[in-house]
Design a protein around this ligand. Sequence first.
Ligand code: MN
Length: 255
Amino acid sequence: MIDFHCHLDLYRSPLEVAEDAERLGIGILSVTTTPSAWPGTSRLAEGRSTIKTALGLHPQLASERKHELRLFDRYLPDAAFVGEVGLDGSPEHRSSWSDQELVFGHVLRCCEEAQDKIVSIHSRRAAGAVLDSLDKFGGVRAPILHWFSGTRAELRRAVDRGCWFSVGAAMLAGAKGRALVHEMPRDRVLLETDGPFAQVNRNALRPSDVAIACRSLADLWSTDCEDAELIIGKNERTLLRLSTEKRGSTGDPDR
Ligand code: MN
């Protein structure tokens, strides 16, 4: 299983968490919140094929770090994955909305040009605006909406737009989250922890805690854990294949 949204670099002992996940056979999409974190966070994945590092600029840091878009552009050719990026419409971040749109628009334009990026997207209180942006920059190959918390209508729109969804234990613990996950097509669902930010019983989730989310999913899908794991495993392979195939590729490895 793969934790599709984990802030590996923000744990107190990132290396220990990375080694632990590797030992347990858990893959990690290691998202970053600033471009300047990319080189150091990428080093945590060195020699570990099961950890992929994503280049990000978190919407909550848009105003403070928009000058790092130059770094984003510099590192992007080396990044198959982008995240955490997106928009945050919560009251405490509304004052940075125009900077958030500037950063997210820039990121999506670059991803549209590159065509082959898999993007982990934050859309708290901003699902409609995130979907508007994805419509505007139509070339994002595989948008993954992480911890989706929009309305059912927005969910349907996201499904029609081809979005994927990474869901975690905290989201599956609440009635609203469970209802949304229930409506998601099973072949678009992935697991995440959002650790170390997300917690269960006041403990920061670690990548291996995707097992908790998988158990909740099995329950929600009225199936057993093995079945849920099989579905998730198939989804993971489908998505990862997208990162190695460029759009319109004819099989020519140089394209
Ligand atoms: Mn996050």
